[in-house]
Design a binder for this molecule. Structure first.
Ligand code: OOG
Ligand code: MG
Length: 235
């Protein structure tokens, strides 16, 4: 078989879906993710953080995979808050509301509302656990709202996802493993088992609700109680 990392990289670059890879193990998935990211570092992209995936039941049910996963965020994926993103670059983009942590020396120093744009490189957005890990956990783009000092409790904050001013998803940060800080703790341990130190930069804790298809022209905003908003426009 052709190099799986090259297939995934080209699928993303050409916005053209590929068949599932049918990788066999989680370790194999992370090894392919590493090689995929190496191609991006070679093109000059920089690591700016990490993302957790499938930390809520709504997300697990949506894609039929029941295990927490992690991926990497690069500078090329970041869209400024209120900025625009050309969705023609993607295959079948979806958007989801997230909580972002700012990590410094292994501690959470700030927290923000965030949006993640996911885009599976696999046809029909269908994949197995090892395959979605290899695909950098469907990561495509993200936006982080204003950073806030960490409030005392972040385990039950209301979350709204709006498209063109209409609420399309409602949830709570409680959906994220009971508390988004657990996604951080579990994520640090999971990443360490795969040789990755998740101590500095941005960390997306995983979506609180199912993801919603993102069409050109849509104005997307998330509101997280006590944490403010994050928004982007799809071009
Ligand atoms: C996998 C990525 C999951 C999340 O927040 O749960 C994720 C997918 O749904 O394609 O980013
Ligand atoms: Mg996500």
């Amino acid at each position: 078989m052709a190099d799986p990392a090259a297939l995934l990289d080209e699928a993303a670059l050409n916005a053209k879906a590929i068949p599932q890879l049918d990788l066999e193990t989680v370790d194999e998935g992370y090894a392919v993710q590493e090689t995929l990211l190496a191609r991006r570092w070679a093109r000059g992209e920089r690591l700016v953080g990490y993302k957790m995936g499938l930390t809520s039941k709504a997300k697990m049910a949506q894609v039929g995979v029941n295990e927490v996963i992690f991926g990497r965020l690069t500078d090329a994926m970041q869209v400024p808050d209120g900025g625009s993103v050309d969705v023609a670059r993607f295959i079948h983009p979806r958007v989801e509301p997230e909580v972002a942590f700012l990590l410094r020396d292994g501690d959470i120093v700030a927290v923000a509302a965030a949006l993640e744009l996911i885009d599976s490189r696999y046809a029909d957005f269908k994949f197995t656990l090892p395959d979605v890990i290899a695909d950098n956990t469907s990561g495509a783009a993200f936006t982080v709202g204003a950073w806030h000092p960490v409030p005392v409790g972040i385990d039950n904050l209301g979350v709204l996802l709006e498209i063109d001013g209409k609420v399309v998803q409602v949830g709570s940060t409680a959906a994220i493993l009971g508390d988004p800080r657990r996604a951080w703790r579990d994520g640090v341990a999971l990443a360490a088992r795969h040789g990755v130190e998740m101590s500095d930069g941005i960390l997306l804790a995983g979506a609180a609700t199912a993801a919603v298809p993102l069409a050109p022209g849509a104005h997307v905003r998330t509101v997280v109680q006590s944490l403010g908003t994050a928004s982007l426009r799809a071009l």
